[in-house]
Design a protein around this ligand. Structure first.
Ligand SMILES: [Fe+2]
Length: 239
């Protein structure tokens, strides 16, 4: 499997605290059946030069640690951008990184963001030449209408949900809504969004099994492997 959303760089953001935790998280990934990881430290519009350096150093360190876990475990660099017009401007200016240097960008919004805010941000990303992936859709309060999610996808957005949703973290109603989206082909990625090796750890193996049981192996392969492969290569995902 491939994970496209995680916070495993040691001592960089609110994810892994140190190298020991990063190593434990990398073992979790490997044990869950993940062999490629796009690491996505948080980025906000006011991120300093020093933070960017910390990310780059942390990534090199994490690559060394991954090699200790398995020669087959590969890391790629991306980031998770908290949307604002200033953050987009820094991305356009090449100060922030896209997913493995492709046109794909992982974007998050404040929990209270409304549909219109998100729609206008998606238009901005697309018109600037990017392919936005909306991070953890299940977390936003506005969700609840399939047609709105469909509209975002039609504008050019791709949808990522966290594996914790599949495992029931957000309750029955939200899970049922996300299941509707999966049936309509409106979810493109399930990701770990792992922050540590305890409460917000890697749980991709069990959620893969759950999706394969409910929606079939083809859908599970798309949501955990094939679409992610396209992100790494910078190829278009068919919708
Ligand atoms: Fe995240």
């Amino acid at each position: 499997m491939i994970d496209i959303h995680s916070h495993i760089l040691p001592g960089v953001d609110d994810g892994s605290k140190d190298e020991n935790m990063t190593l434990r998280m990398l073992y979790q990934f490997s044990n869950e059946g993940v062999d490629k990881i796009i690491v996505t430290p948080h980025f906000r519009h006011d991120q300093s030069e020093a933070y960017l350096d910390k990310v780059k150093q942390g990534f090199l360190k994490a690559q060394d640690l991954a090699a200790q876990v398995s020669p087959d475990l590969k890391l790629y660099l991306g980031c998770e951008i908290m949307y604002s017009s200033k953050a987009l401007a820094r991305l356009v200016n090449d100060e922030f990184m896209t997913m493995n240097g492709t046109d794909y960008v992982l974007v998050e919004f404040p929990v209270l963001a409304q549909f219109n805010d998100i729609a206008s941000a998606i238009r901005d990303f697309v018109s600037s030449g990017y392919i936005p992936i909306i991070a953890h859709l299940e977390r936003y309060q506005f969700i609840g209408k399939v047609e709105q999610v469909h509209a975002l996808v039609k504008m050019g957005a791709y949808i990522q949900i966290n594996s914790s949703l599949i495992l029931g973290k957000y309750g029955f109603t939200r899970k049922r809504f996300i299941h509707k989206l999966i049936k309509r082909g409106l979810v493109h990625f399930v990701a770990s969004d792992a922050h540590n090796d305890e409460k917000r750890k890697v749980t991709l193996g069990s959620s893969y099994k759950s999706v394969a049981r409910r929606f079939g192996k083809e859908t599970a392969a798309d949501l955990f492997i094939r679409n992610q492969e396209k992100v790494i290569k910078g190829e278009k995902i068919g919708v």
